[in-house]
Write a protein that binds this ligand. Structure first.
Ligand code: FAD
Ligand code: FES
Length: 1255
């Protein structure tokens, strides 16, 4: 027996003899179908890299249906009878969908790592009704880097394209009969695998029970959508898999006057459609509209397309602490869950064995060998019943709830007849606030006294637990109280609530995103300064752009995984890999003792003073998850599994050493670890006038994970004279040296090759060396190719982050806010090694654009028990500018001044920034908007707004050397370019191509940018510090000038001759048509980049959620080489900064030192709905840079440093909330820093439930 399906029209089979039981569709597509357009990263439904489209016959409607899914969560045997469309299936140029890809490529600034929204976009064109209109656009928005107006218009156009419907196989207009599988027989199927595991595909409930009868006590799973694995990684012990996704009885729904029955295997998407339909048709089901809104906040579209109601409720059953949104909604409305259990007597009696219970009882029910068949939802009279539910999460989409709540009250006028008050996220057992429910009966709900008494009772009965990494009990409790108040405000009759409180009854509503970009372009220089799409945009959209893991499998290839130590400070006694080595498919284990050369991945020649960082720890463990060795096996899955079986024993010791994973821990417990760096400190020239006006404070900034969509990756292939290395490195030279030193090989035996990275942001400057060294070692010792792609948990846990930093300051200033004396001491967080210090940069950027005569800034740093931290987009700069701007804001608070005036007062009198700021104040209409916000805030107690401006001066420095090679081919005059700079999503290749075309005077289409390698770009400096694109362009320009000089005589002799003919003649005259130039740091002078950002946002004081309503960024980019690329860099950099300041939270276990937020499930960078709603980028007009490359300025990092403006806009909003709360005068909100999460925002508003009033 075999599972039969098609991929892009081609038939495939999966059978136990060749395809293991837990193979995902993603695995199959990549490894067996050998299609690499479809990527993966998180393998848990959280990142969207793997989306494909499925097509099949719906078990109930019998209609052909298409839906997008996460292929990483789809079992391959569940694909029986389905057509799968990957990005490769829509690549034909004749097809309409290529228009979609083209349009997206044209409209989007592809400042991204992987692009993999093929499944989503194709579902549009497939014309499936459910994907049209808003729902479809929502799907897009969850993938686009910016849903700006142009894109939205483009999306509308794309919806129009769905009318065209083209066939992926023939390229002709679709006839609708194409699939060979749509009518495949639907008989139950069973597969038994060599390891005795079983997979069954069933079509009736009876068949499920038949299987239950045969499997004894074997651990089993019913596969609804197979997505629960994305929440809790499932056990590897499962023996039986039963796919129930096509069981018709479980996928039906039935509606009567009084009830709606929905089958357990109905997906969340289907449920939303059914609920909407039923709610529209029967007023007693109107509450379902509320539930649909709530479901829309669950996970993301592809997860909802496969994930089922029963699957979700079963997660809650197995893990009571899971804040299931479905459970909370269903419990509040009094849903009834039907469960069927097996009987040994006769198959026909199954249906008599059912029980019906409430969701609350269900979660405590033993579900072994039982099936959740349906959920029955009651009709509820909307005249007397009021239902609302809420989900509050750390970002706008695709995150689980801190706390969720659902409320249903029955009223007679204002008197409560019955009440259901349900909360999730309090503790595993808490569901109903029963005391509050009881109290409310008979009370008049819309009176302050009732509300206050109810809140007091609720306050008493809510006792949240605290299991890290969950939010604090204080927040979760007060949030629950606030949500109850929000509910009352929302349902209260108009006259019962004073106007000022009314906005508290609403949730924040996000408008469609829009954006504007204003820049100069100089036609005479085109293609230089021309706004063009990124040259890889098309291949990224069609999936043809290749990353390291897209290399086809090589003969004899192996896969690697790190073995890591968990005992911080422990001294290794022995490493026993015998158990792992016995696993089928495991080939070898290597550790420090197997390294022929030096055991460090930081070569001493990389930078002065580089200290050893062991590839594999040889003795003392310095942080949780430090690699001690590498397992190599036939597959990535086996390698990762086997790595867990390696046992490490440690020397016994009586010494108890505290584990201090964070900077705060070190400063509080072992301050002696803090080291001074006076050489990088900034000394003051004394002090100004003596005044009484003084502040002191503390400002704490956390770590930030780089969140590249391509994790650290490397493919090493031993060759006759060394090793070919395909590494995701930003610094080929350093990686080459590290590998050569470790293998005791000459550098010229290590050939580095880099096509492109799926994102770098600094994470791959040096940290990738460890992965490259480990995989090279295995490849070298085994003489077999080794591929190492880190899984997300390992990548987050093992790799260092942006430095955390803590700042203490004392400042004296005059009445205008002008600083007269400033003493600031900051400590940066090295992590476990001092190799990549940023404190010198921090001290420099602390000065920002201000008059710093009286600034004394002490630079310090400390070693912590965590992975060595590393450079991360604008390293030190983000902290430096953040810290000084926080001081400006603090001064303004004391003086009760508009912070922009304090900032202006501190500019040197001759600063260019005066003019820039005046223009910016005008273009943003700042003063007027601030006034309007202040009056809005006076009239609104629970929604507050804030606005702020931050100026920036960014001194740009250049360093190192880098080659560029330009070759012209006489066959057709086309040109190839290769540079030492690495393309990692930032558009380096596009700028390089524009430069070459401009410098040679040829069309852009003639230029192709080739991968970087260590043969043509030896000793290349790192691509980092914003300089990579500029210095690569410089080298290309110079190489082209060399070629132009050589061609000059021919051109002079042959005026009015076209390029191809010139090249033909050049070859006749034996002119060398390849030229190389090595850029050196003295080629370019340092310069300042000026910028300013203005942010306006809105805060829901009752939840802590925010909406960034508008952001304006003005940046000086000189004459932008490629305006669209620079806009993308500025937008992307700013949004990355927003993540740092607002959502990205790394939480460590204080006892073990383990990082607890190491998955997409619990680490949250901003999503598409967290970006500024109205995003306006303008380049400083008529700017030109005589010192830079082609009169341009760098753009990679500066905007990241300006994102701190969001924090100060928040301060403005929170100041008003604190005034209302009566706590404003208690002091500056210096407890806010990075990240200021939803939780921190809520707590900083000083909201207590006694403020929750109606009148
Ligand atoms: C990235 C991501 C984000 C998410 N965010 C949220 C969120 O914010 N809020 C939220 O509430 N949920 C969230 N979820 C959970 C999501 O709703 C569930 O994963 C999904 O509903 C599970 O359904 P499934 O059919 O895929 O379950 P499966 O994975 O197929 O099965 C899960 C379990 O249920 C059992 N089971 C399945 N069907 C039945 C049945 N009919 N009878 C008995 N047992 C059965 C299986 O044996 C298995 O043990 C998220 C999930 C992911 C992956
Ligand atoms: S890899 Fe599938 S969603 Fe991330």
């Amino acid at each position: 027996m075999e599972a039969l399906f098609t991929i892009n029209g081609k038939q495939y089979i999966a059978k136990p003899s060749t395809i293991p039981i837990e193979t995902t569709l993603n695995d199959f597509i990549r490894k067996h179908a050998k299609l690499t357009g479809n990527k993966f990263m998180c393998l848990e439904g959280g990142c969207g890299a793997c989306i494909v489209m499925l097509k099949g016959v719906h078990p109930v409607t019998k209609q052909n249906t298409s839906w997008a899914v996460n292929s990483c969560l789809q079992n391959i045997y569940s694909c029986h009878g389905l057509d799968i469309i990957t990005v490769e299936g829509i690549e034909s140029k004749k097809m309409a969908c290529i228009k979609i890809q083209k349009r997206l490529a044209d409209f989007m600034e592809l400042n991204v790592d992987f692009v993999s929204w093929d499944g989503h976009e194709y579902v549009f064109i497939d014309g499936s009704e459910k994907w049209k209109s808003d729902n479809g656009r929502n799907a897009f928005k969850s993938l686009a880097i910016d849903a700006d107006k142009k894109l939205l218009d483009a999306c509308k156009d794309i919806e129009d394209l769905s009318d065209i419907k083209m066939c992926p196989k023939s390229g002709n207009i679709c006839s609708g009969k194409c699939s060979s599988l749509l009518n495949i027989e639907k008989n139950p199927m069973s597969f038994t695998f060599d390891d005795e595991r079983e997979f069954h595909k069933v079509y009736t409930i009876n068949e499920i029970f038949k299987i239950f009868e045969t499997i004894g006590e074997k651990p089993y799973i019913l596969i609804g959508g197979n997505t629960a694995h994305g929440v809790y990684r499932r056990s590897t012990d499962l023996k039986v898999f039963v796919d129930i996704s096509s069981v018709e009885e479980l996928k039906t729904y039935k509606v009567t006057e009084n009830s709606l029955e929905v089958g357990g295997a109905v997906t969340l998407t289907e449920a939303m459609e059914i609920f909407t339909k039923v709610a529209n048709e029967n007023k007693n089901f109107q509450y379902l509209h509320e539930i649909v809104k709530h479901f829309d906040l669950i996970a993301n579209v592809p997860v909802r397309n496969n994930g089922t109601l029963a699957g979700n409720l079963m997660i809650k059953n197995a893990h009571n602490e899971f804040p299931s949104d479905i459970f909370i909604c269903f419990e509040a409305i009094g849903a009834v869950i039907s469960i069927q259990s097996s009987t040994k007597s006769s198959w026909s009696s199954y249906f008599n064995k059912g029980i019906e219970i409430s969701p609350k009882d269900f979660i405590f029910t033993d579900m072994n060998k039982k099936v959740l068949t349906k959920i029955t939802l009651p009709a509820i009279d909307p005249v007397i019943f009021f239902y609302r539910s809420y989900k509050i999460m750390p970002r706008a989409q695709n995150a689980h709830a801190y706390v969720n709540a659902a409320f249903l009250v029955q009223l007679n006028d204002s008197k409560v007849i019955s009440a259901k008050i349900c909360f999730g996220g309090i503790d595993p057992k808490f569901v109903h606030a029963t005391n509050t429910e009881t109290f409310l009966i008979g009370e008049n709900l819309f009176e302050n006294s009732t509300l206050q008494r109810a809140l007091a009772i609720l306050n008493d009965e809510l006792k949240p637990d605290w299991v890290l990494p969950d939010a604090s009990p204080e927040y979760r409790k007060n949030l629950a109280l606030a949500l109850f108040y929000k509910f009352i405000l929302n349902i209260a009759p108009n006259e019962k609530v004073v106007a000022k409180f009314k906005s508290g009854g609403e949730i924040l509503k996000r408008d469609l995103s829009s954006g504007t970009q204003t820049f100069d372009t100089y036609k005479q220089n085109w293609p230089l300064t021309k706004n063009i799409s990124k040259i890889e945009a098309d291949v990224q959209c069609t999936g043809e752009a290749k990353y390291i893991n897209d290399h086809p499998p090589l003969p004899n290839e192996l896969h690697a995984a790190f073995v890591t130590a968990k005992n911080v400070h422990g001294e290794i006694l022995n490493i026993d890999a015998s158990k792992a080595l016995k696993m089928p498919g495991v080939v070898a284990f290597f550790s420090a003792k197997d390294i022929p050369g030096t055991n460090t991945f930081m070569p001493p020649k990389m930078m002065p003073g580089t200290e050893v960082e062991e590839i594999f720890a040889s003795k003392i463990i310095r942080f949780h998850h430090q690699p001690v060795g590498i397992i190599v096996a036939d597959t990535m899955e086996i390698a990762n599994q086997a790595a867990e079986f390696v046992q490490i024993s440690y020397k016994q010791t009586n010494e108890i050493k505290l584990i201090l994973p964070t900077l705060k821990d070190v400063i509080e417990n072992e301050p002696e670890r803090v080291e001074d760096f006076p050489q990088f400190s900034k000394m003051s020239e004394g002090k100004g006038i003596e005044t009484e006006l003084k502040i002191s404070g503390r400002f704490e900034l956390g770590l930030q994970y780089h969140y590249t969509m391509e994790t650290q990756s490397c493919l090493c292939i031993p060759i006759e004279d060394g090793i070919d290395v395909y590494s995701s490195t930003q610094w080929m030279d350093a990686t080459q040296m590290a590998i050569a030193d470790m293998l005791k090989l000459p550098n010229n035996a290590v050939n580095m090759n880099v096509r492109r990275l799926g994102g770098g942001y600094g994470a791959k400057i040096s940290r990738g060396n460890q992965v490259a060294c480990a995989s090279s070692l295995a490849a070298y010792l085994l003489n077999r190719p080794v591929r190492f792609v880190m899984k997300i948990e390992a990548n987050i846990s093992i790799i260092g982050k942006r430095y955390a930093c803590i700042n203490y300051y004392d400042v004296m200033f005059d009445q205008n806010g002008k600083i007269q004396e400033l003493n600031s001491a900051f400590t940066e967080d090295f992590g476990s090694s001092r190799n990549e210090p940023v404190h010198m940069g921090t001290a420099k950027f602390f000065l920002n654009c201000y008059d710093h005569k009286f600034f004394k800034v002490d630079a310090k740093a400390a070693v912590t028990d965590a992975p060595a931290n590393t450079w991360c987009r604008a390293p030190g700069t983000v902290e430096g500018i953040g810290m000084v701007e926080n001081i400006m804001d603090h001064i303004a608070y004391v003086l009760k001044k508009d912070p922009i005036d304090v900032r202006i007062a501190n500019l040197p009198s001759d600063s260019e920034m005066h003019k820039y700021l005046q223009d910016f104040l005008k273009s943003t209409d700042y003063r007027k908007r601030r006034k309007e916000i202040d009056s809005y805030n006076i009239n609104n107690r629970w929604i507050k707004r804030g606005i702020a401006i931050v100026p920036m001066k960014y001194p740009m420095e250049y360093f190192g050397t880098s080659h560029a090679l330009v070759s012209i081919y006489h066959g057709d005059g086309s040109v190839s370019v290769t540079v030492g700079g690495i393309e990692m999503g930032q558009g380096l290749n596009t700028k390089v191509a524009q430069t070459a075309a401009y410098a040679l005077g040829i069309p852009l289409e003639k230029v192709s940018v080739k991968p970087s390698n260590s043969l043509t770009a030896p000793n290349a400096i790192v691509t980092g510090g914003s300089q990579g694109s500029e210095i690569s362009c410089y080298g290309v320009k110079k190489a082209c000038e060399i070629l132009n000089d050589r061609l000059k005589p021919i051109r002079e002799k042959n005026k009015n001759t076209n390029w191809n003919e010139i090249i033909d003649k050049a070859i006749e005259e034996e002119v060398d048509l390849a030229a190389m130039y090595m850029y050196k740091s003295s080629d370019v002078k340092t310069y300042d980049i000026w910028g300013a950002s203005c942010c306006e946002l809105e805060v829901d004081i009752l939840t802590g959620n925010i909406l960034i309503k508008r952001v304006d960024i003005m940046e000086d980019v000189g004459e932008s080489i490629s305006p669209g690329i620079d806009v993308g860099q500025i937008e992307g950099g700013f949004v990355m900064g927003l993540g740092y300041w607002l959502t990205e939270n790394l939480i460590y276990d204080r006892i073990t030192g383990e990082l607890l937020t190491n998955r997409s499930w619990n680490y949250k960078p901003p999503g598409a709905k967290d970006i500024p709603i109205d995003f306006r980028i303008s380049f400083l007009s008529k700017s030109s840079n005589p010192f830079g490359v082609l009169r341009s300025k760098a753009t990679g990092e500066p905007s990241t440093a300006m994102a701190v403006v969001a924090l100060f806009a928040l301060h403005h909003a929170l100041d008003s909330a604190r005034k209302d709360a009566g706590t404003y005068e208690n002091g500056y909100q210096h407890n806010l820093g990075a990240p200021t999460t939803t939780e921190n925002i809520f707590l900083a508003a000083d909201t207590t439930y006694d403020q929750f009033l109606l009148k």
